[in-house]
Design a protein around this ligand. Structure first.
Ligand SMILES: Cc1cc2nc3c(=O)[nH]c(=O)nc-3n(C[C@H](O)[C@H](O)[C@H](O)COP(=O)(O)OP(=O)(O)OC[C@H]3O[C@@H](n4cnc5c(N)ncnc54)[C@H](O)[C@@H]3O)c2cc1C
Length: 391
């Protein structure tokens, strides 16, 4: 079977589905191909936090990019609900980083002060909560004795990541897109100014190609002669029994109530290559931290645990670029794609169709890795504490 499209997007996780949806919405004849996710399943394994605060010291563009997504989320969630009937569970609740002990609170407070100094107008939407203020915001959480307070930002929130991904995909089809689910693209070849793709029994042809295949991107881009520096970053998650909505109405970084009412605990960062083994020591360390924050969690039943591999560019900042030497092939790879989904859906489709990215997004090109470069300084996933579970 042969089929021809203006654009083929490879990868139907949150990133590819957001871009595909945006393209279809703009009337572009688009095909979205998504393999059965095996190793590359971050969109199905994540915590669903829209988390923008306390990240990216040294890169104000990324800070603004995240906040832009947070601000755009309400409209996107409403649009997807109206079009698809799927409630994404979007909840602009704000978010809190709980701190254990005064030194951690102080360190976190200094971190947001530094972020504040980097802003143009000297304001940054996060503030320090004393323990009393924290208890006032979450009166039904009996915090452990070590909890000293927290960092609050009203820019954070929660979305059900599976509902979001499936709403994008359903919306994509409703807007006229062609979804090929359960097929892997195995070969990508330049052909007549565009690309030819082998995909199971099918041959797909397209004028423009988007690689948004998570950890599968590297292998596909290599066929076009490019080395995209994206690596797996492992995380292990615990899922606890349901709690009522009013107990934890605001997510804590590392402990969040899901749309369905269960509680997710996670998630440390491990650089273990493609290893997806669950390790009791890491799960126990995550659980121990959560119990120090909220001792009652020790009495909750564990329903499931799993590992997920984040899609981790070398410097932790996103990659939005053309593949070197290929005017019509694009690569989009990042962690925090759930947080960024609203800004991705707004901007990347226009970029694929020839418009420049907005200035804050336009710096995330591959040029920063040229000649063995390590990319930007700092970390887009920043928590000043490696030992604290973070995203
Ligand atoms: C445990 C964990 C917690 C996280 N928590 C958060 C959070 O709270 N907030 C947040 O913003 N982010 C979070 N993240 C990160 C977030 O999940 C990722 O940034 C996001 O899911 C990446 O989506 P993606 O579509 O780029 O990649 P993926 O989800 O990896 O999707 C890629 C898709 O491409 C497909 N594919 C691969 N190769 C091919 C091929 N050759 N042909 C066809 N299809 C192919 C795969 O099957 C897959 O479906 C978390 C990640 C993990 C692992």
């Amino acid at each position: 079977m042969n089929a021809s499209f203006d654009v083929v997007v490879v990868g139907g996780g949150v990133t590819g589905a957001a871009v595909g949806y945006g393209l279809a919405k703009r009337g572009v004849r688009t095909c979205l191909v998504d393999a059965v996710p095996t190793f590359s399943r971050a969109s199905r394994a994540n915590m669903g936090l829209i988390w923008c605060q306390s990240k990216a010291l040294g890169c104000p563009q990324f800070v603004r990019w995240g906040f832009a997504s947070s601000r755009a989320y309400g409209k996107l969630a409403e649009e997807l609900r109206e079009l698809t009937g799927i409630d994404t569970g979007y909840a602009p609740t704000g978010g809190i980083i709980p701190c254990l002990g005064e030194p951690e609170l102080e360190q976190r407070a200094q971190f947001i002060e530094k972020l504040r100094l980097e802003t143009e107008d000297g304001t940054y939407p996060a503030s320090v909560l004393s323990r009393k203020e924290l208890e006032g915001m979450l009166p039904k959480v009996p915090f452990g004795p070590e909890v000293s307070g927290g960092i609050w930002s009203n820019m954070d929130g929660y979305v059900d990541p599976l509902h979001l991904m499936f709403a994008f995909r359903k919306g994509f089809v409703k807007r006229g897109g062609t979804l090929i689910a359960g097929e892997r693209v195995t070969e990508v070849t330049p052909a007549g100014g565009g690309y030819r793709l082998a995909c199971g029994e099918r041959t797909l042809e397209c004028g423009k190609l988007v690689l948004a295949a998570g950890l599968g991107t590297r292998k596909l881009a290599a066929q076009l002669g490019a080395d995209i520096p994206v690596f797996p970053n492992k995380s292990q998650v615990l899922l606890l029994e349901r709690i009522p909505a009013d107990v934890l109405p605001i997510p804590l970084l590392g402990i969040a109530r899901t749309f369905g009412g269960t509680v997710m605990i996670g998630a440390a960062h491990e650089n273990m290559g493609m290893d997806r083994t669950l390790t009791p020591e890491v799960l126990a360390r995550n659980a121990d931290w959560a119990i120090r924050v909220w001792p009652e969690l020790a009495r909750k039943r564990i329903l499931r645990f799993w590992t997920g591999l984040r899609v981790w560019p070398k410097d932790a900042y996103p990659i939005y670029d053309r593949i070197p030497g290929h005017e019509n092939a694009f690569v989009f790879a990042m962690h925090s794609a759930v947080s960024l989904a609203a800004v991705l859906e707004r901007t990347l489709p226009d970029y694929v169709m020839g418009k420049p990215l907005p200035p804050d997004g336009s710096i995330f090109t591959l040029a920063r890795f040229a000649n063995g470069g390590n990319g930007f300084q700092g970390s887009a996933a920043s928590s000043p504490h490696a030992q604290t579970p973070n995203k």
